[in-house]
Write a protein that binds this ligand. Structure first.
Ligand SMILES: Cc1cc2nc3c(=O)[nH]c(=O)nc-3n(C[C@H](O)[C@H](O)[C@H](O)COP(=O)(O)OP(=O)(O)OC[C@H]3O[C@@H](n4cnc5c(N)ncnc54)[C@H](O)[C@@H]3O)c2cc1C
Length: 305
């Protein structure tokens, strides 16, 4: 079994920042990721609020840049999905399909996943019209009618990207007013091919092998709209499944930590979106990761677990 000082689970911005910081301070670090470095923003077209990039940076660029820093600091990246975290004497065993790793400390930075609408046929039509990624799938809907579900920043940012290639974009959100940043709402409202339908939700999805129409319901009205794409941005849910029996979670499913980023399980730390009370921003995820890493460096230097 491979032995390390620190196993970081999740190579989003929080995990990448933590791995680079801990390795730079001399820890033997493995960073375990099931997909690719970058996390949620790996497919986002443009990040406009990350410190140091006044002209913005592609989400797909940020992950590889951070990965480069992680590798230069001496941490290794392992592609695997962690399935178990088992506490034992002197640390943890972290297990996945690729095998087991023994770590003195674990930093959990598994982030969040997108919530589905929860409609019949939604899962079956995923990749056949139902999508969560404008940058990945937008080009397949060139000139066509698509619907975006959600009224937050992700929905509006993705609608802006879709409007460049799609024939028409209809944003459907439950709130009376969008909750996205005013600047994004203003840019969307200026586009001739985008319609915003407030106080409404997608109540059904219909089609054969692919999405063909959606039922928009709200304010006592029900309206079937022809569309070939439905892009879903209705919030996020934390990936805390692995922690359920290990550490205290809050009412939203996020993991509770103390000021040292340690969970109720000694030696198990958490950073980023997964942490109770965290702000869902890349800059704060980076800060969380770095601060958690420093806390772990100090803990291991004390000779503690
Ligand atoms: C569409 C969209 C656009 C956004 N745009 C912006 C923006 O412009 N600016 C901004 O500041 N914020 C933005 N955000 C928010 C930002 O992406 C998050 O706050 C940030 O990604 C959180 O980072 P994280 O490292 O905590 O988690 P994540 O980015 O979620 O990374 C977690 C990683 O852990 C991995 N993982 C999970 N479980 C396991 C497992 N069991 N084994 C191995 N790996 C695992 C996941 O694959 C993932 O790569 C956006 C979010 C979305 C969804």
């Amino acid at each position: 079994v491979r032995q390390v000082d620190l196993a970081v689970i999740g190579a989003g911005v929080a995990g990448l920042s933590a791995a680079a910081t801990a390795a730079a301070h001399g820890l033997d670090v493995v960073l375990i990721e099931r997909l690719a470095a970058g996390g949620q923003i790996a497919t986002v077209d443009r990040i406009r609020n990350y410190p140091g990039f006044p002209d913005g940076v592609g989400g797909y660029e940020l992950g590889p840049l951070l990965q480069q820093q992680v590798e230069e600091a001496g941490a290794s990246l392992l592609l695997d999905e962690v399935e178990r975290i088992v506490p034992g004497s002197g640390g943890f065993v972290v297990a996945g399909a690729a095998g087991e790793i023994a770590a003195k400390a674990v930093l959990f930075a598994a982030g969040s996943h997108r919530r589905p609408l929860g409609l019949p046929r939604e899962a079956e039509l995923e990749g056949r019209g139902v999508s969560h990624c404008a940058a990945c799938d937008g080009p397949f809907f060139r000139g066509q009618a698509v619907i975006v579900a959600g009224g937050g920043d992700s929905a509006f940012d993705e609608a802006l990207a879709l409007a460049e290639t799609c024939g028409s974009v209809t944003i459907v959100h439950r709130e009376t007013q969008p909750v996205a940043r005013a600047e994004a709402v203003r840019r969307v409202r200026a586009l001739a091919n985008v319609e915003i339908v407030p106080d409404a939700e997608i109540a059904a999805i219909d089609g054969g092998d692919n999405v063909e129409r959606a039922l928009i319901a709200g304010g006592g009205r029900q309206d079937w709209r022809d569309c070939t794409g439905i892009f879903v941005y209705v919030g996020l849910a934390p990936n805390t499944g692995l922690l359920e029996r290990l550490a205290e979670l809050d009412a939203t499913g996020r993991v509770v930590t103390d000021a040292a980023f340690e969970t109720s399980c000694p030696g198990l730390f958490a950073a980023g979106d997964i942490r109770s009370g965290a702000v869902a921003l890349l800059a704060s995820a980076a800060g969380d990761g770095a601060a958690a890493a420093m806390s772990i460096v100090a803990r291991l230097a004390e000779g503690g677990q």
